[in-house]
Design a binder for this molecule. Structure first.
Ligand SMILES: CC(=O)N[C@H]1[C@@H](OP(=O)(O)OP(=O)(O)OC[C@H]2O[C@@H](n3ccc(=O)[nH]c3=O)[C@H](O)[C@@H]2O)O[C@H](CO)[C@@H](O)[C@@H]1O
Ligand SMILES: C=C(OP(=O)(O)O)C(=O)O
Length: 418
């Protein structure tokens, strides 16, 4: 499974290019099955989750090829609409095949998706939305069989602005007959990227990025070329790393407008942030102040995916900070690992109280999920001495060769095989 050994106490300095967004690439790769022929997707990060998506597409009969950061998907040979159970279990994003296969082929078989254990993560909204579009669902022996004899446009209001449900319903609605309105839709930048991809393919979507999305169904889609947006969670992670180590870094390929709340909260801690088009410079003198409150929320609120990394920073910020995790009910598993490094954190239900300490101490810790793992690496970069982080396959799900990315910024971090 592998471990990272991190020698902390060295400020991050230098420049690095941020890779394309995992959370945009995964639904877009799934959507490529809706067009007959060859879709070309640029800046697709080489991550574990993307490799699982490639394996799923291949298992369905598509031809998938990676050259550098470009992935080509030729859907011509698709001959199955059953997503293999072992691949379903490997990540949450396996559920993205549901809408596209149902819409284009009239049937799909999925099972319960895997992914980070950060809460119960049901798929009820995905299912309800597709049912409203006319899908008939049957559950048997752990599999969900969905069929549709032509989907029909509908009006569907999401009880929660779920990112994945918005994307699944949107993908299906594009090939449904008539008009669809998705109310209380998620507004994340990755939804806009997916809609841009679908619109290039010939879809008629308006309002992506807003709470109400309008879709006029079309009968077919054509394959296109598309470049994935920069990964805002990776950007945020590196910004926090510079802040915690008292460094100065330049990040290339960033979209500053996707990071408003994160930049604001970092500036509250005393960090300087400058933007020049798609380049961001982060400068920190290493003396950090606490923040009154961070509440995770749906976009444009504070991203839950940066809650653990930001908590790592607050463990060494002077004063007491408060974090409320409102999106996932079990996303505090990193707390006990940070405590091993000397952090003082109390958790009361969904609220964490973090009392800053002058410095963290190195320890042997374990990644409990993807972003928790990234948070522990950041804590290791700030703690003088050697920290080891176990279970790093979880970090590989979302960061392309994290050790090389950090190494380019001067960090001393090594991957060790078990
Ligand atoms: C691949 C991808 O894009 N992953 C992101 C996506 O995950 P994902 O799409 O799984 O997250 P959702 O936005 O769906 O989840 C938000 C909340 O809605 C709940 N819910 C969701 C669907 C459903 O049918 N029923 C239900 O109750 C979830 O349990 C959670 O409490 O958005 C999350 C929230 O920003 C991010 O942390 C993940 O990185
Ligand atoms: C929770 C995450 O991903 P997923 O939804 O793919 O599990 C994440 O990227 O932090």
């Amino acid at each position: 499974m592998g471990k990272f050994a991190v020698e902390g106490g060295i400020p991050l300095t230098g420049s690095v290019r941020v890779h394309g967004a995992k959370n945009a690439a995964l639904p877009i790769l799934a959507a490529s099955v809706m067009a007959k022929g060859e879709s070309i997707i640029y800046d697709v990060p080489d991550l574990e989750d993307v490799r699982v998506m490639q394996a799923i597409l291949t298992s369905l009969g598509a031809r998938v090829k990676r050259e550098g950061s470009t992935i080509t998907v030729d859907s011509t040979g698709i001959c199955s609409t059953e997503v293999p159970d072992d691949l379903m279990r490997q990540m949450r994003s396996s559920i993205f095949l549901m809408g596209p296969l149902l819409a284009r082929y009239g049937s799909v078989r999925v099972s319960k998706p895997g992914g980070c254990t950060i809460g119960s993560r049901p798929i009820d909204l995905h299912v309800k939305g597709l049912q409203m579009l006319g899908a008939v669902m049957k559950e048997s022996h752990g599999f969900l069989y969905c069929e549709a004899n032509g989907l029909k446009g509908t009006s569907f209001y999401l009880d929660i602005p779920s990112v994945g449900a918005t994307e699944n319903i949107l993908m299906a609605a594009v090939l449904a007959k008539g008009n669809t309105i998705i109310g209380n839709a998620a507004r994340e930048p990755e939804i806009i990227d997916l809609a841009d991809f679908l619109n290039k393919m010939g879809a008629k979507i308006r309002g992506a990025g807003e709470a109400t999305i309008f879709v006029e169904g079309v009968s077919e889609l054509k394959p296109v070329e598309h470049t994935i947006i920069p990964d805002r969670v990776v950007t945020g992670t590196l910004m926090i790393g510079a802040a915690m180590t008292g460094g100065r870094i330049h990040l290339e390929n960033v979209n500053p407008s996707h990071l408003g709340v994160v930049a604001t909260k970092l500036m509250e801690t005393g960090v300087e942030i400058e933007f020049d088009h798609d380049i961001m410079t982060v400068t920190s003198n290493g003396r950090l102040k606490s923040v009154d409150r961070i509440q995770t929320s749906y976009y444009p609120g504070f991203p839950t995916d940066l809650q653990a990394p930001f908590m790592a920073l607050l463990t060494i910020a002077e004063g007491t900070s408060i974090i409320s995790e409102t999106v996932f009910e079990e996303r505090y598993k990193h707390v006990s690992e940070l405590r091993r490094m000397g952090a003082r954190i109390k958790v009361d239900l969904r609220t964490a109280f973090i009392e800053g300490v002058p410095e963290l101490t190195p320890a042997q810790v374990e990644a409990t999920d993807l972003r928790a793992g990234a948070a522990l690496v950041l804590a290791g970069l700030a703690a003088k001495g050697i920290t080891t982080i176990d279970q790093i396959y979880l970090i590989d799900r979302g960061y392309e060769r994290f050790e090389e990315m950090l190494g380019a910024l001067g960090a001393r971090i090594h991957r060790m095989q078990d």
